[in-house]
Design a protein around this ligand. Structure first.
Ligand code: BDR
Ligand code: CA
Length: 326
């Protein structure tokens, strides 16, 4: 099977880390590079956290590029309240080996890479600052990447930073707007409408520990803080893991469904960061996005757990049904 090439742009981050663990082990994916942007964690921490996943999986061969430390225009606001001061649930993981970040910046790398390569997709899991800057350097980037998937925004679901705005686009609304306007290909928007259905619960962790304790110890450690945050602010037991769904959607188009639309992003005022999805064509503009609105959670959990636990798909699918885990 030919693997699909992807570059992951991320801001690790607890759920970014789960997405990295998933993508890096997925038999259908080849992760060409990881680019990091300031978001959940300030940039230096985000870079370190990317290496935590790579080291855990023995994949330090994958190049990591450091990107933007601040949004294009707005003042930077991290999400350390959600992800912990270290970005990984306040575990303060120490790397065993020294790591080397690439010299080129993330946006320069992306611009150069897509000057020649045409068979690689970008999956963006954080604010879109690196991507907007890369498009400025190379306006053909959108035509040259094979797909562009972004975890961010929301259509009908309420926001997680304001009543209407999701964190990644709220953190850098100007970059998000620029990407929607300038990419020149569909932004596949995996927003809160679909990610809110992906809740990792203590029951998942208990089940996972029966199959693979090494990986689950790590996942339980990083999600503990996230569980507490979700209990306090959303009153749910468990945590919403947004970013892995963007990876799953890329792998299997049947997991999420939605519709094509013209979408813009609000860059100031009360609704800053909101995605305005023109479902009813008020603006008479050609569609620039695919807005994912419904999700088959069973398909997601089956693939995610199969890969993360290095297990048999049939066993996982059967157990999920039996144990009512999704
Ligand atoms: C997004 O914001 C971050 O906190 C998560 O990593 C995810 O990418 C959800 O709004
Ligand atoms: Ca993220």
């Amino acid at each position: 099977m030919t693997k699909k090439k992807i570059i992951i742009d991320c801001d690790p981050g607890i759920d970014d880390t789960l997405a990295l663990l998933y993508a890096l082990q997925h038999p259908e994916l080849e992760v060409v590079a990881v680019t990091v942007v300031a978001g959940n964690s300030p940039i230096e921490l985000g870079v370190k956290n990317a290496f935590v996943s790579l080291e855990l999986l023995n994949r330090l061969d994958i190049p990591v590029y450091k990107g933007a430390a601040t949004p294009l225009v707005r003042n930077y606001v991290s999400a350390q309240d959600t992800h912990g001061m270290d970005g990984l649930g306040e575990n303060d993981f120490q790397l065993k080996t020294s790591y080397r970040v690439q010299e080129q910046s993330a946006d320069a790398f992306l611009a150069d890479y897509f000057a020649s390569e045409q068979d690689t997709a970008i999956i963006a899991l954080g604010p879109l600052t690196n991507i907007a800057k890369a498009i400025e350097r190379n306006p053909n980037l959108g035509q040259h990447c094979s797909r562009f998937v972004s975890m961010g925004g929301s259509f009908k679901s309420h926001g997680n930073c304001s009543p209407v705005a999701e964190y990644n686009y709220w953190c850098d609304p100007h970059a998000a707007q620029q990407v929607f306007q300038m990419l020149g290909r569909q932004v596949e928007m995996v927003g809160l409408d679909v990610t809110r259905s992906i809740v990792l619960t203590p029951n998942h962790l208990e089940y996972m520990s029966r199959l693979n304790s090494r990986m689950v110890d790590f996942i339980a450690k990083i999600t503990r803080f996230y569980f507490d945050f979700h209990w306090e602010y959303e009153h749910i037991i468990g945590c919403v893991i947004n970013d892995p769904l963007a990876i799953a959607h890329f792998i299997n188009n049947d997991i999420c469904t939605g519709f094509d639309s013209y979408t813009d992003v609000v860059t100031d005022g009360l609704a800053i960061g909101q995605t305005v999805v023109d479902q009813y064509h008020f603006h008479h503009k050609p569609s620039n996005s695919t807005i994912l609105t419904s999700v088959n959670t069973h398909l997601f959990w089956t693939d995610f757990l199969t890969v993360i636990l290095n297990a048999q798909k049939e066993v996982i699918a059967h157990d999920l049904n039996n144990l009512q885990l999704g």
